[in-house]
Design a protein around this ligand. Structure first.
Ligand code: P6P
Length: 333
């Protein structure tokens, strides 16, 4: 019988000197949160969780009921275990301190509880993205600046994909492994060991309606893909756009591809749409651990020094050779 996720992590942790089991306990609580979210997402209209919450998040985006519900699930499932010093979320402006009634731990958890939630009312796959950092030594009440660590400092990154199957994909820096939820026993079972991204691809993902706002290197890359066999690439390409980053990244992990949400001039104040701390960094950790590449177009995303908890970055990630090509076009200017 294949391993469940917690058994897999415990066996991995044994290989790490000094592992105290604290991390395994935290991951187990995150897994519980994802199982609870999978239940609510799967029941949807039957339990009245679809539609707008009638509120806005810190991003100024209208919150869906499930955005609020899933954020609360993550807090309830993770605040009590004694593994965390604090949490931060796309749905909360400030850091969430661990209540005094609970013990604190050495990790920081930052997450997007329901990414792609604009798809939830039309029954298209959505996901949860999370990233685990270490709290700075001796910091008992972490503030936002204590979260502002580059992606290279992540201890773990993962996503849950609420699709035809519910999956959880994680990395702790030792490759990428995928687990499928067996609803009969309520366990995520190892189903996709050692996931790797093919270095080449003929499939790109971008929201083409923004074409006129892109920078020239991205316009050039996409134009060449669309030109196909008669163009400079001499190959035909396919395009996908789910508008759910978790679904796009999972497709790329499974069969290759390049995903781009580049800088665009639609809103010059925004460096891109996707958020560094709880979308770009965790997905970049996973993609790099699977042999792919992740860049802003001008620098490795995991080396960006964060300046704000909710800052945005341009994202170009996926099959190594295609991301390298796009980065090369940026260097040519
Ligand atoms: P657009 C979802 O809102 C999200 O943050 C990502 O999951 C997704 O890739 C992107 O935004 C979709 O953006 O502009 O196509 O709706």
């Amino acid at each position: 019988m294949s391993k469940n996720l917690v058994q897999f992590i415990i066996e991995e942790q044994r290989a790490i000197a000094g592992a105290t089991g604290d991390f395994t306990g935290l991951l187990s609580d995150i897994v519980t949160a994802c199982k609870r979210i999978a239940h609510d997402v799967n029941k949807g209209a039957l339990i009245g969780v679809l539609g707008s919450a009638g509120s806005e998040n810190v991003q100024g985006e209208t919150q869906k009921k499930l955005d609020v519900i899933t954020n609360e699930i993550f807090i309830e499932s993770n605040q009590w275990g004694g593994h965390l010093a604090a949490m931060a979320s796309e749905e909360m402006e400030d850091v969430y301190p661990i209540p005094a009634r609970y013990p604190k731990g050495k990790y920081l958890l930052v997450f997007d509880p329901l990414d792609g939630s604009s798809n939830i009312d039309v029954n298209i796959s959505v996901g949860t993205i999370f990233s685990i950092l270490r709290a700075p030594e001796g910091v008992n009440n972490p503030k936002a600046e204590d979260f502002l660590q580059p992606g290279t400092k992540q201890v773990c990154a993962g996503y849950a994909l609420y699709g035809p199957a519910t999956m959880l994909v994680i990395t702790t820096g030792n490759g990428v492994n995928g687990f499928t939820l067996d609803r009969d026993i309520g366990e995520f079972m190892l189903s996709h060991p050692k996931m790797t991204i093919p270095e080449d691809t003929r499939e790109f993902a971008i929201n083409a309606s923004n074409e006129r706002f892109w920078e020239a290197p991205v316009q050039r890359y996409v134009r060449e893909c669309i030109a196909g066999k008669t163009g400079p690439r001499g190959e035909n390409f396919n395009m996908r756009w789910v508008a759910s980053m978790v679904a796009e990244v999972h497709r790329i992990l499974t069969r290759g591809g390049i995903f781009m949400y580049p800088r665009d001039t639609k809103d010059p104040k925004k460096a891109g749409k996707l958020r560094l701390m709880y979308e770009a960094n965790p997905m970049s950790f996973i993609v790099e651990q699977a042999g792919g590449m992740s860049s802003t177009g001008r620098e490795r995303i995991m080396e960006v020094q964060p300046s704000d908890l909710h800052q945005r970055v341009p994202v170009i990630l996926g099959s190594k050779n295609e991301v390298e090509r796009v980065v090369g076009y940026h260097l040519e200017g």
